[in-house]
Write a protein that binds this ligand. Structure first.
Ligand SMILES: [Zn+2]
Length: 357
């Protein structure tokens, strides 16, 4: 650009432009600047167009190019600044942060435990008065703890790579498929002290992993709460009494349970436990599929092989174990039809999970 082609006041305006732009702290100020530089009438750009009209023919081409370059630069810069200020205004509005020194300071949003963690805490609270403490185990688990110690045969389909996540670079290591390996770890650790303690009882909540496709009722990661009690002469009646107590504590005094025979390698006999539908009281609804009962957990008496693996004499000791899916209970209690709501962390969902409190 030939500066000499442009009048002095325009050159000064161009020099002032960056400072004038930076001084615009709000959209009103920017609109005034826009009017002064590129407005239709009386602006620097308008003056330049008049200048171009009046210029001698031989100068028009060069002057026109210089004027266009300048106008484009102003336009683009002002537009970018306008977007910035508009975004800042939106952010401020979103924060309720418009400048008013008399207004009380905006309160930051308060965090809280995830609904699933609140439910796990509630389950722990139900069992704590019965003498259960909480045990934890690693999520990256060995085949020995996840399968061998639980009497799961080497040819059991659950061991296949179609169902279980294995670590390719670490043979024998996998993402635990249930919280039951915590049984194995805890029994191994406490077995030497079982006599002096008179038995073992604990709860093991945690994340577990299975190769499931994500759909409304399945997720490759979900939560279980495992419970175990080992003592002298423990039978199914102890299991039933314990679970009946727990379900009443969880769902109210009207809660009722029923046992159905089932099979899990680590218990003998094994059963599945249903609870009378807490929503309809047994008369039939969408949640219980009109049956009046909801499948809640798997349980049974600890298989002698599991006790033996941990070095506990099954001739002297016996026990029961149960495991429940936390999401299943959460969905039922909160009447949430889709498991994925619990993992998407949509605040609108998390804040309205009153049914789980
Ligand atoms: Zn129902």
């Amino acid at each position: 650009m030939e500066p000499s082609l442009l009048p002095v006041e325009i050159l000064e305006a161009q020099q002032d432009f960056p400072m004038a732009l930076a001084a615009c702290k709000d959209l009103d100020g920017l609109l005034r600047l826009k009017g002064a530089y590129i407005g239709r009438e009386g602006s620097h750009a308008a003056r330049l167009m008049e200048l171009l009209k009046a210029a001698p023919k031989e100068q028009k081409r060069e002057l026109g190019a210089a004027i266009n370059a300048l106008k484009n630069q102003w336009e683009e810069t002002i537009k970018a600044r306008q977007v910035e200020l508009e975004n800042a205004k939106k952010r401020a509005a979103a924060l309720g942060n418009t400048w008013d020194p008399d207004l009380p300071a905006p309160m930051p949003a308060q965090g809280s435990l995830h609904p699933l963690n609140r439910l796990i805490d509630r389950l722990v609270d139900v069992f704590r008065p019965l003498g259960y403490h909480v045990e934890e185990g690693p999520e990256a688990e060995t085949e020995a703890h996840n399968f061998d110690g639980l009497n799961i045969p080497v040819d059991h389909p659950a061991r296949g790579s179609a169902d279980t996540f294995y670590f390719e670079k670490h043979p024998g290591l996998l993402l635990r498929t249930h919280t039951s390996p915590v049984q194995v770890r805890t029994l191994l650790r406490l077995a030497p002290h079982i006599k002096e303690k008179g038995g073992i009882r604990f709860l093991a909540p945690g994340r577990v992993y299975r190769k499931d496709e994500i759909d409304p009722t399945h997720s490759p990661m979900f939560h279980q709460v495992e419970g175990m009690l080992v003592g002298h002469g423990v039978g199914m009646h102890h299991l039933k009494g314990t679970l009946a107590y727990a379900m009443k504590a969880l769902f109210g005094p009207g809660a009722d349970i029923r046992f159905r025979p089932s099979y899990f390698p680590f218990v003998e006999p094994g059963c599945e436990v249903d609870v009378r539908c807490p929503l309809c009281g047994g008369s039939g609804c969408r949640v219980c599929k009109q049956s009046g009962w909801v499948e809640l957990l798997g349980a049974g008496l600890v298989h002698p092989n599991v006790l033996e693996y941990a070095g506990i004499d099954p001739g002297e000791w016996s026990g029961f174990a149960f495991g429940m899916g936390v999401e299943r209970i959460a969905m039922m209690v909160s009447q949430t039809p889709d498991l994925r709501f619990f993992f998407e962390n949509d605040q609108r969902f998390l804040k309205t999970m009153g049914g789980l409190d």
